[in-house]
Design a protein around this ligand. Sequence first.
Ligand SMILES: [Fe+2]
Length: 270
Amino acid sequence: MTSLSIMPLHPSLGARVEGVDLSRPLDAATREALTQALAEHLALVFPDQDLTPDQYMAAATAFGPPMRQHYSQHNMPDHPDIGMIWHRNGQRPAEAWHTDHTNRERPPAATILYGVEIPSAGGGTSVANMRAAYQALPEAERRRMETLVTVNGLDGHQETLDEDRAKYDGAIRHPMVRTHPVHGSRAVYFHIQKAKCIEGMSPEASQAYMQDLLDRMIEPGIVYHHQWRKGDVLVIDDRATLHRAHGDYDRTQARVLWRIIVEGDRPVLV
Ligand SMILES: [Fe+2]
């Protein structure tokens, strides 16, 4: 096993991992150490990486099997499990708090982003610790949320192609509080735009409750803000965090991230 150095970046979540060259094959011990580190720190930053698409795909498998993304027009032509995050072709930064692809029965364990072109200022990515958010809720509200289920499909995003909608829309039920399969702790889990409703509530009441939760839960004490440097790989644990992009950069400059999502478990509360 390579000698890993893991240094926390924020009191609540996030850690910088040094001593790993993701362009090279990772042995079983390193993979296991990274799995545990992600479950504990929820966001891992690997600085100064230099990866081809094939090397990036191979490294991503340390966190799970890559899964196809539903904005197929942004997939890299020869590597369709790599999605391009950029502002070309009308793509806008995802500035609302969310976790990825909750319209899948087995939504991603992790979202992995590789900084290929980075603007000179702004354009960061924020990650919120929803394990801490869960713990901070009043006990009565935690107990109530543990009974709630969201019904998820594709949102009305104007960029979604009809062929992707046909494949990936649905009515997928997920618990609103889920137990992390590696860490064993609980976290709040929902994507406000992909949750068509909370079961037993109207769509309007569901949206209002989820928005109220976001307003109350997400505060600076549980947010790690990543300011990108070219060559960074950021791994986000989608099972216990929400994330968002920041569009506060000069659009005459490029911001290009390569995204891989890796399949996780079916969310459960135990
Ligand atoms: Fe996302």
